[in-house]
Ligand binder design. Structure first.
Ligand code: A2P
Length: 280
C-alpha cells in the first residue's frame, strides 16, 4: 500500500479504501459531525460507524456537510445485537439508512455473532436478511464483525453469498492469528478495529523505540503494521492533528525484522471483549 487511495478488493469485486475512519466512542453531535467532515476534507474516503455507536445521524451529517459525492466515500454501518433475525434485520437496516440519510451503504456488517443457545440458526437467519439487502441493491457488500472461526464455519454452511469482510479487534499484542488465517483462506478482508488498542499501546517502550527509529509516532507504527499484515485499519480520533497523522503512514515501511518483533509482542491490553463471552 503506497497511499490511502489504494484499496482492498473484496471477494465480490468491491474496492474498499485502505484506511477507514473509526467512530466508535465518538459522541453524537458536533464532535462527530466535525470529525467526519474534517476526515473527509483531509482525504479519508472510508467511514465506519454502527447502530450502537449512536452517532449515525452525525456521521451522515458530516458526510453531507463535506460536500463529497456519495459515490466517492465508502460508508459502513453495523446491525446491533438486539435486532438479529430476518425481519428485525431488514427493519434495523432501514432505520440506519434513515439516520445516515443515505440511499445505500457500501458495507453492512453483523456487529457480533449470536452466542447463546440457537446462535447458529440466529446468525443464519440474520445473514439471509443481509443476502436479501445485497440482492436488492440496498448495500454494495455484506460482512460480519467479531466472528471467530467457528462462527464463520457455521455461517458458511448456509450462506449463499460469502461474507466480504470480517471486522475484528486487531492491534499489536492481539493478532487473532487463527481468525486471520481462516479469513485469508476464504478471501475475506479483515478490518482492524481499535488498531491502537483504544490508545493503550501508545506508551509501550518497544513500540516507542521502533517508532523513534522511523521518526513516526507509535500510532503510525500500529496503523502501518496493520496494513503490512494485510488488514485494513480503522483508527478512531476526534483530534484534527491525530486524524491527519493516522492517515500519514505511506512515507515509511516497517522492516521484516520490526514486523516480526511487533508480531511477537505479548498481550498488553485491549477491549477485553470476547465474542463467545459477551452478554450484550
Ligand atoms: P482522540 O479521539 O481523543 O483523538 P483506537 O482507534 O485503537 O480505538 O484508538 C482510539 C483512541 O486513541 C482514542 O482515545 C483517540 O483519541 C486516540 N488516538 C487516536 N489517534 C491517536 C494518535 N495519533 N495519537 C495518540 N492518540 C490517538
Amino acid at each position: 500500500m503506497k497511499s490511502s487511495n489504494e484499496t482492498f478488493k473484496t471477494n465480490h469485486g468491491i474496492e474498499i479504501p485502505c484506511i477507514g475512519f473509526g467512530t466508535w466512542q465518538t459522541p453524537e453531535g458536533p464532535i462527530a459531525v466535525d470529525a467526519v467532515k474534517y476526515a473527509i476534507e483531509v482525504g479519508y474516503r472510508h467511514i465506519d460507524t454502527a447502530d450502537i455507536y449512536r452517532n449515525e445521524e452525525s456521521v451522515g451529517q458530516g458526510i453531507a456537510q463535506s460536500g463529497i459525492e456519495r459515490s466517492e466515500v465508502f460508508v459502513t454501518t453495523k446491525l446491533w445485537n438486539t435486532k438479529r433475525g430476518y425481519e428485525p434485520t431488514l427493519k434495523a437496516f432501514e432505520e440506519s439508512l434513515r439516520k445516515l440519510n443515505l440511499k445505500y451503504v457500501d458495507l453492512y456488517l453483523i456487529h457480533w455473532p449470536a452466542n447463546k443457545a440457537g446462535w447458529e440458526q440466529l446468525n443464519a437467519d440474520t445473514w439471509r436478511a443481509f443476502e436479501t439487502l445485497y440482492r436488492d441493491g440496498r448495500v454494495r457488500s455484506i460482512g460480519v464483525s467479531n466472528f471467530l472461526t467457528h462462527h464463520l464455519e457455521s455461517l458458511l454452511h448456509t450462506a449463499e453469498i460469502l461474507p466480504s469482510v470480517n471486522q475484528i479487534e486487531f492491534h499489536p499484542g492481539y493478532m487473532q492469528a487463527e481468525t486471520l488465517a481462516f479469513c485469508r483462506t476464504h478471501q475475506i478482508v479483515v478490518e482492524a478495529w481499535s488498531p491502537l488498542g483504544s490508545g493503550c499501546l501508545l506508551e509501550n517502550p518497544q513500540l516507542k523505540e521502533i517508532a523513534g527509529r522511523y521518526g513516526v509516532s507509535v500510532a503510525q507504527v500500529c496503523i502501518r503494521w496493520c496494513l503490512q499484515n494485510g488488514t485494513l485499519p480503522l483508527p478512531k480520533s476526534v483530534t484534527p492533528q491525530r486524524i491527519l497523522e493516522n492517515a500519514d503512514v505511506f512515507g515509511f515501511s516497517l522492516s521484516e525484522a520490526d514486523m516480526q518483533a511487533i508480531n511477537s509482542l505479548p498481550y498488553m491490553g485491549g477491549s477485553g471483549l470476547h465474542p463467545d463471552k459477551i452478554d450484550f
